[in-house]
Every structure is written in C-alpha cells, then in structure tokens.
Design a binder for this molecule. Structure first.
Ligand SMILES: [Ca+2]
Length: 77
C-alpha cells in the first residue's frame, strides 16, 4: 500500500511540467489563489510597472484574474 502511494505521488509530480508549459496563468499563480498578485506578475514579467499592472487590472482589485491576464499582453499569443 505504501508503494502504491509512492507511485501515485511520482506520477503527479511528473505531470506538473506539462501543465506549466500549457498554462502560463496556472504556472504564474504560485499560491494557487486563482488570481495573480503583483509579486506573481513581477515573477513572470520583471519589467511590469505598477502603472501597467493597474491598466490590466480592469476591476481595480489589485490582482489579475484569468480574464484580465488573458486580455493583457502578458498572455503568450
Ligand atoms: Ca483584478
């Protein structure tokens, strides 16, 4: 039973890099909150200014939702 749990854990770990490659938003959302904080945005876009961040944060929440991220130039085309 212990061995089985170990195999499951290994499989889940191996699946992570593929998910990162497919979904930039999920990869950037380090804490899994469903929104990108200014720090999480800065980690993927070091040149992002607070002014630019505010421009993409269309609802003024201080974070980028998936919709806001996908509408911004940060979203890979
Ligand atoms: Ca927002």
């Amino acid at each position: 039973m212990k061995k089985f749990a170990s195999i499951v854990a290994t499989t889940a770990f191996l699946a992570v890099p593929a998910a990162f490659a497919q979904d930039v938003f999920t990869a950037a959302d380090v804490d899994g909150s469903g929104d990108l904080s200014a720090a999480e945005v800065a980690a993927i876009a070091p040149d992002m200014t607070p002014e630019a961040m505010a421009q993409y944060d269309t609802d003024g929440s201080g974070t980028l939702s998936r919709e806001e991220f996908e509408a911004s130039p940060l979203m890979p085309k």
